[in-house]
Every structure is written in C-alpha cells, then in structure tokens.
Ligand binder design. Structure first.
Ligand SMILES: [Fe+2]
Ligand SMILES: [Fe+2]
Length: 406
C-alpha cells in the first residue's frame, strides 16, 4: 500500500515510493528507493522534503499514516470547496473563436522574441527590453479580450521547444493570474516581462545539463540551480528592466518554508509576485512534455500544488490560482459519464466544475461527430443535461487536436 508519511517518521527499512518534492530535479537518481542508510535520510531532510510517500509492500509500514487514496480524496474535497465558492463570471468581450487566431499570432511572435533573446544571450548580447514590452502588451490585450484563447494554446508543446515555450506560457499564465488578482496595467507589464525572462539564465547553464534525460547528479543539480543567479545578473544588466521583473526572476525557486533556492528565503521575505510566479512556473513545467518527463494532467498538478501549499507554496495564492485556471482549463479534452468525448470551450458560469463542453466523439458508437455540438453541464434538463465529467482524456489516444474545436 502507498502511504504518506512526515519526514520525521522516515527510517531505515522503508521503501520510498515518491519523494513528493515537485519535479524531477532532486538529488536522488531514481524516484523510488529502499532506505538502507542514514545518509539517504539526511539527504531527504537536507533537501527540504517535508512529506513523502512510502510503499508498505516493499518496506516497513507506519500504522497511523494515511494512504495515498485517502490523501487524494481529502485534497479533492478541499479543492472542490475552493472552486465551488467561485461564482464569478469572467467577462470576455470577444468570444474565444474570434480571439484564437489573433492569440496564435501573438504566441508565435512571443516565441520568436524569446528565441531571439535566448540566442542573443549565448553570444553575449544585450536583452532588448522594448521588444519584450511590445509582446507583453499584445498578450495583455489578448487576455483582456478573452484570456482563454492564449491559455488554451499553452498545452501544445513540442519537446525541443520546451525552454522557449515554457517562458511564453509562464508569461501568459502569470498575466491571467495577475488579471485575476486585480493587478493594474503597469504591474502586469512588469511581472509579464519578469515571467517571460525568469529562466533566461538557463542559456548560461551547459546544454548537456539543461537537456539531460536522466536524473541529475548533485554537481549537475548545482549547475542547474545557478540559472537563477544568472537570470538575476542578466536582468540587472538590462536597461529599462524594472525591479519587479528582476525580483521575479531572482526568487522564482524560493519556497515559503525556506526550502527553496538560491537564498532559502522564507514567508514574506519572498515578494508576493514571486510567490505567484513560483506556482505558475511549476504548473507549466509539470503540465508540459519535457525531455525527461511526460506531462501531467492539469487537475493532477493542481492537486499536487494544493498538497505542497501546506509547506512550499502560499496556500491562499494556490487557491486563487485554481480559481483562475479552473479545474478544467479551456482547451482540454474530457470524457463524460455518458461516454461522450469533448473539448472544454468555456468555464462554468455557475460552478467551475460544470463547464461547457463541445462534444466531438462518441465512445459508444466509436464515431467522430460530423457536426460537434455543445453541452452546458450546468443545465440539468434536456438531452444534454444530467451528464458529468468523468475524467480527462488524452488527445493522442483519439488523435484529436483540441485547439481545432475552439
Ligand atoms: Fe527556473
Ligand atoms: Fe521556469
């Protein structure tokens, strides 16, 4: 059985199933292992891991620890409460099908800009702040017309484009999060630039480390972590870069319990904007395909973020972020209890758990629909009523490109 334990409960003879520490950049070469020395325990504690999962079939058990299933159910119930309280209607003056083409252009432009900047860094050239500013302004405008257009494009990511597209997506998500939190235009511009350039220092990290497929050694991990200081220095040397942008890049790997890096800052020593970008950064990294990782579903990542917000992330901001992106982000593919498969095209206005789904495939008949139709899950009557989302579906499995249906 998989159980969750506190780090104080760990002892020799236990089998670690999952370090529960966020992403694969941890100092252990595998994700699971038998604890057979005090050395391992020390490493776990030193790395700032507070809670982890053990496999009681492969090692010692702990009587009073909750099972993974219990933890999952508890978190899901809490998240449901968080989104149920959200009855806010997001005003979007332009419908998504009208905004999507423009959003694609902006995203392409943003990608080109980031790519050029990153290439320039390798040759020791200066960052052109005005170019970043222009793209960020375009993104802000698109987000105010209809934020779901740009966000829904975030999930289409090719492996080799990861570093560029991650920067673009973190920027998009950060801007919509900022809008959700009510930041003014100037702040949005500043945090947008900071988000877009937060990982720029990675261009100075050796490529072999950056793109390594297997786990990193301790030495390599140290080199990887250096990207934060490089980002800060690069932005400090850039004319016209604001303090907020520099702080975001400098603090995006700090964690509220002091287990982050490079400074190990705690609580309010980390800026509010940096606490927000830390959430967005991990959300995007985990929902993307990377060289060494398959992507996780948005709901799984939100659940993990919520779990980690008891130590590493700001709980209130995580709750706000869940309300901002919704449990079912626009552009994701879902399966309904009736067996219909569809793309989320709109958040639920009455309840975030009841979005509008565009049905494109029927599992019972095994057919694609020639003319897709929409189901509003908040309506309880008619032939489309009474249905509920059963879970996510992989677009690959059905060979569906969700963005086509938006
Ligand atoms: Fe980073
Ligand atoms: Fe990042």
């Amino acid at each position: 059985m998989i159980k969750k334990i506190q780090v104080s409960q760990i002892k020799n003879g236990m089998y670690i199933h999952d370090f529960n520490c966020g992403w694969l950049n941890h100092p252990f070469l595998t994700n699971s292992m038998l604890v057979d020395s005090d050395e391992i325990i020390k490493k776990v504690v030193d790395y700032g891991i507070r809670e982890l999962y053990i496999d009681t079939n492969k090692g010692y058990d702990v009587a009073d620890a909750p099972t993974e299933v219990e933890v999952k159910q508890q978190i899901e119930a809490e998240i449901t409460k968080v989104v149920e309280q959200e009855k806010r209607h997001v005003y979007a003056p332009v419908p998504i099908h009208e905004e999507i083409a423009k959003a694609k252009e902006i995203r392409q432009e943003a990608k080109k800009t980031v790519q050029n900047i990153m290439d320039d860094i390798k040759f020791g050239k200066q960052i052109e702040t005005e170019k970043v500013g222009r793209v960020v302004d375009d993104m802000i405008e698109s987000i105010f017309r209809n934020q779901d257009a740009l966000i829904s494009l975030g999930r289409i990511k090719e492996k080799d484009e990861y570093t560029y597209m991650h920067s673009v997506s973190v920027c998009v998500l950060m801007l919509s999060f900022g809008k959700h939190l009510g930041f003014d235009l100037q702040i949005l511009r500043e945090i947008g630039a900071g988000a877009m350039l937060h990982d720029i220092g990675k261009m100075i990290v050796p490529q072999a480390v950056l793109n390594k497929e297997e786990g990193l050694t301790e030495e390599e991990l140290k080199l990887m972590k250096k990207h934060v200081e490089y980002s800060r220095t690069l932005l400090e040397q850039t004319q016209g870069m604001t303090e907020n942008a520099i702080v975001i890049a400098s603090q995006h790997h700090e964690r509220v319990d002091g287990t982050g890096y490079p400074l190990g800052l705690k609580g309010d020593d980390i800026s509010y904007y940096s606490k927000a970008v830390a959430i967005v950064d991990v959300y995007d990294a985990m929902t993307s395909k990377r060289c060494y990782q398959d992507q996780y579903l948005p709901t799984e990542v939100l659940r993990k973020l919520y779990e980690w917000s008891s130590h590493h992330y700001d709980r209130d901001l995580v709750q706000q972020f869940i309300r901002c992106v919704g449990i079912y982000p626009v552009g994701t593919l879902v399966r309904m209890e009736s067996g219909r498969i569809g793309v989320i095209i709109k958040h639920g206005e009455k309840n975030l758990l009841q979005p509008v789904v565009r049905v494109v495939y029927n599992m019972k008949s095994g057919d694609f629909l020639r003319i897709p139709y929409d189901v509003d899950l908040s309506s309880t009557s008619g032939k489309n009523g009474e249905d509920r989302i059963a879970g996510y579906e992989s677009p690959k499995r059905f060979n569906i490109r969700p963005e086509v249906y938006l």
